[in-house]
Design a binder for this molecule. Structure first.
Ligand SMILES: Nc1ncnc2c1ncn2[C@@H]1O[C@H](COP(=O)(O)OP(=O)(O)OP(=O)(O)O)[C@@H](O)[C@H]1O
Ligand SMILES: [Mg+2]
Length: 431
């Protein structure tokens, strides 16, 4: 039984309810509750077990205080609580176990804070103040409810071309700069860098979702996602490389569905092999950002991926981003030749900025956040603007990708298209 979320009912909820295990804890809580204008009678006995029983038959309060002292397996029991507690409730736990791992696991499973017993009045005041601030913060999904959801997939033509860098930067721009509640879903389950790039522990959320797709719902999303900032949350994994992903893609699809209702923006870092294995993942994606370097191999795969989109997802608008672009002299293929071979223009050019990239990695921040005043930031902002212009207008481009003098090349084979690329090195070798 998962409690459905009723935003409209949130204003009618009790402001505060507590379930504690002993009189000392109750005595510590009551005066603070009174200070905050809450009824001291809302401090009940019975700890977590009573909390689960009570909330299974009544509405969840805004702030729920729960004592874990009598719980043999706090993490497991918190999951049982989550099953009956509506999203939007802020849960503060207390207990006798002083273990940072338990604290982290509890926070990762959606607990707002964990306080050690015996309770200290100042710590209680602090944590309640933070909980109230979190409750008072505008709910972004509601604030922007008039805008359609913005769903973006970022795909690299080749490994290492910077798809994840761009996905993280985009998610940061949508969340922290455009103020949209944003989810970054990193579907590179074994080798993803979504969490690492933002200096976060990925948690078990994504692996749990793959193992138990039936558990995925709004509540699961709320608990499983790791917060990078107030407006940006990440779902990423570092699945053990000894275990293959056993999924028919249903979990990934379901995750996207739930994120669509919980967030204003979803940025999916989508490894290109996902297009092969789970093509349906692109069905509801409005914009696909195809990230590429200007190399021969990338040109080949850009041609193939663009053609895949034409045949399989003509409703998705593709934006081509050339990343790590350097001086023409050091490029494997010129921009003009690349555009000629893919038969369309490159939409955005992101320059090669290794110093900013390494600084971003060291700081655990998105490239866009690190490179203030850099050319790459201007390119990322342009990209973010183009995407939201498409998604905000609800526009979907059903016309074929813009061609670039393509009339005379129509029908050419992949090899034919590639053979027109002028390779300076090869030309010299022939002479
Ligand atoms: N514009 C840029 N200038 C300099 N370095 C960059 C730029 N964009 C990305 N990088 C660097 O390139 C490397 C690969 O980037 P990233 O991990 O984003 O690529 P990817 O396409 O997601 O790779 P993978 O195929 O492993 O998923 C990183 O070290 C990143 O910092
Ligand atoms: Mg990547």
């Amino acid at each position: 039984m998962n409690a459905p979320f009723h935003p409209a009912r949130a204003s009618q909820r009790e402001p505060f309810v507590a379930f504690v295990c002993d009189e000392t804890t109750a005595e510590a809580l009551r005066p603070i509750a009174v200070e905050l204008g809450w009824s001291p009678e809302k401090v009940n006995k019975g700890g977590l077990r009573n909390a689960v029983q009570t909330l299974s038959v009544s509405a969840s309060p805004n702030i729920l205080f729960v004592d874990l002292s009598e719980s043999g397996d706090p993490l497991n029991d918190i999951n049982a609580l989550a099953e009956v507690c509506e999203p939007g409730t802020i849960v503060i736990a207390c207990g006798q176990v002083n273990d940072v791992r338990l604290y982290r696991d509890l926070v990762a499973s959606g607990i707002h804070d964990y306080l050690l017993k015996p309770l200290n009045p100042d710590a209680l005041r602090d944590t309640f103040a933070q909980a109230q601030a979190a409750l008072a913060a505008p709910k972004l999904a509601e604030a922007g409810a008039d805008r359609p959801h913005c769903s973006v997939a970022v795909i690299g033509t080749r490994g290492g071309c910077g798809a994840s860098t761009i996905a993280t930067s985009l998610a940061w721009l949508f969340g922290d700069k455009q103020g949209r509640a944003t989810a970054l879903l990193d579907l590179d389950v074994h080798f993803g860098t979504g969490a690492l790039a933002l200096d976060l522990e990925p948690g078990r959320g994504l692996t749990d979702a793959i193992e138990n797709p039936s558990r995925i719902d709004g509540l699961f999303i709320e608990r499983a996602m790791v917060r990078a900032s107030e407006r940006l949350a990440v779902l990423s994994a570092e699945a053990p490389i000894s275990s293959p992903i056993l999924s028919d893609g249903a979990a990934f699809y379901q995750l996207q569905e739930e994120m669509r209702s919980a967030f204003e923006c979803t940025v999916v870092d989508l490894p290109r092999n996902m297009l092969v294995n789970h093509p349906h993942l692109i069905t509801d994606v409005q914009v696909a950002v195809l990230v590429t370097e200007l190399t021969l191999a990338a040109a080949r795969d850009a041609i193939r991926i663009l053609s895949w989109f034409k045949s399989n997802a003509s409703q998705t608008q593709v934006i081509v981003v050339a990343n790590k672009v350097q001086q023409p002299a050091v490029l494997e293929i010129s921009r003009k030749d690349f555009e000629g071979s893919i038969e369309r223009k490159i939409d955005i050019v992101v320059p090669f900025e290794p110093r900013i990239a390494s600084q971003a990695a060291k700081l655990g921040k998105p490239l866009a956040e690190t490179g203030k005043g850099a050319k790459s930031l201007a390119a990322f902002m342009d990209l973010a603007r183009r995407i939201t212009a498409i998604t905000d207008s609800g526009d979907r481009d059903d016309t074929p990708a813009k061609s670039n003098k393509s009339g005379d090349r129509k029908g050419k084979s992949l090899l034919g298209k590639l053979s027109e690329i002028k390779m300076p090195g090869k030309a010299k070798a022939k002479k």
